[in-house]
Design a protein around this ligand. Structure first.
Ligand code: SF4
Length: 352
């Protein structure tokens, strides 16, 4: 877990979205029933910016991104809504279109490079194969490109290390190699799913700084999926907090992390361990457990874990699902008034 330190970043040019997700629903048929993993999610990613998506396991973060990549099995998954990548709509796109985009225009890095990299092929071969496949480059050109990318991500002596196998690399180097593979075709969008969770804090900071540098060089947009608000504070321009397959808060990093408005976001912030806290003070997790996606609660899906329905109006909280409002800018899905949110968070902040 990384400490939350906020710095102002440009939220990106408005209206410059090149990835637009509209009313996305993703559900899976299982023996126990239908798992509703994403339930009416809409968001946009602007060119050259980072969107941090935060939430607990099961909030729908990874499922959303697998939908963007078209990686859900058609057999057991039902997807509706629209995902626009430029002028191409991805939900209804043929497999060939998605294949052409994946690894080329849209790339992904995973939490554990050991499962993403093949142990049987050299690092250089794995990077150069991606380049050959999508760019039609020759063997030599692809190898040169792999060396160039390894150098760019800070692998020392890349002309030699290009012939190493993944097990020859440390965890941090493997993550760098995976970033090199993801960026080899200069994609427009990089989806990074918990890219630093398996790394120690120093290497984590290096990898996050590397992603920021590469974003500046390549102009890549990044969707960063994480449960770590410290990681988001360090890298994201914009933030979306997800709960039960929906966005419950979104805005710039400064807005969402500096003046959060949703009780779930308050819970996430309060649960971060702080260096200044006495060692005998226990951590404050968000109470309760995430809802079953087989049987979502009525009304506001957060109500069984929320301390404020009495204040906001129990009838509303228990029966009517709040929508994200306002439609643009810093928005949240909660019935408390803005004044109530500000007053409650001011008190919470005193104890952070
Ligand atoms: Fe809590 Fe009600 Fe707000 Fe939901 S709408 S977060 S239950 S106060």
């Amino acid at each position: 877990m990384t400490a939350v330190t906020l710095t102002e970043r440009s939220p990106g040019r408005r209206g410059d979205a090149f990835l637009s997700v509209q009313d996305l629903h993703v559900s899976f048929s299982t023996e126990d029933g239908v798992v509703k993993a994403v339930n009416g999610l809409s968001f946009e990613v602007e060119r050259g910016t980072t969107l941090g998506i935060v939430g607990e396991s099961g909030s729908g973060k990874s499922v959303t991104n697998l939908a963007i990549l078209g990686l859900h099995s058609k057999e057991h998954t039902e997807i509706s809504g629209e995902i626009w990548y430029g002028d191409t709509e991805l939900v209804g796109a043929p497999g060939k279109t998605l294949e052409r985009l994946r690894g080329n225009r849209i790339a992904m890095i995973f939490q554990d490079p050991l499962t993403a990299l093949s142990p049987y092929h050299t690092i250089g071969k794995q990077i150069s194969e991606v380049y050959r496949k999508h760019k039609g480059a020759s063997k030599n050109e692809s190898r040169d490109r792999a060396i160039e990318m390894l150098q760019r991500v800070g692998i020392p002596n890349p002309k030699v290390r290009v012939d190493d196998y993944p097990h020859h690399f440390s965890g941090g180097m493997r993550q760098r190699a995976m970033i090199a593979m993801a960026l080899v075709c200069d994609p427009d969008l990089l989806i990074a799913d918990e890219p630093t969770t398996a790394l120690d804090v120093t290497v984590q900071a290096q990898i996050l700084d590397l992603l920021k540098d590469l974003q500046q060089d390549f102009g890549t947009s990044i969707i960063l999926i994480t449960h770590d608000l410290g990681v988001v504070a360090r890298t994201a321009h914009n933030v979306m907090v997800m709960y039960a397959g929906r966005a419950v808060e979104r805005g710039t990093a400064l807005e969402v992390l500096g003046t959060p408005r949703h009780p779930y976001a308050w819970g996430l912030l309060s649960s971060i361990p702080r260096l200044s806290s006495p060692v005998d003070v226990p951590l404050k997790p968000v109470r309760g457990t995430p809802p079953s996606l087989l049987n979502l609660p009525s009304g506001c899906p957060f109500h069984p874990r929320c301390d404020y329905p009495q204040l906001a109006g129990p009838e509303l909280c228990f029966n009517d699902r709040p929508e994200l409002s306002p439609e643009t800018g810093h928005g949240d899905a909660c019935y408390l008034t803005l004044k109530q949110k500000q007053e409650i968070f001011a008190k919470i902040k005193e104890n952070l």
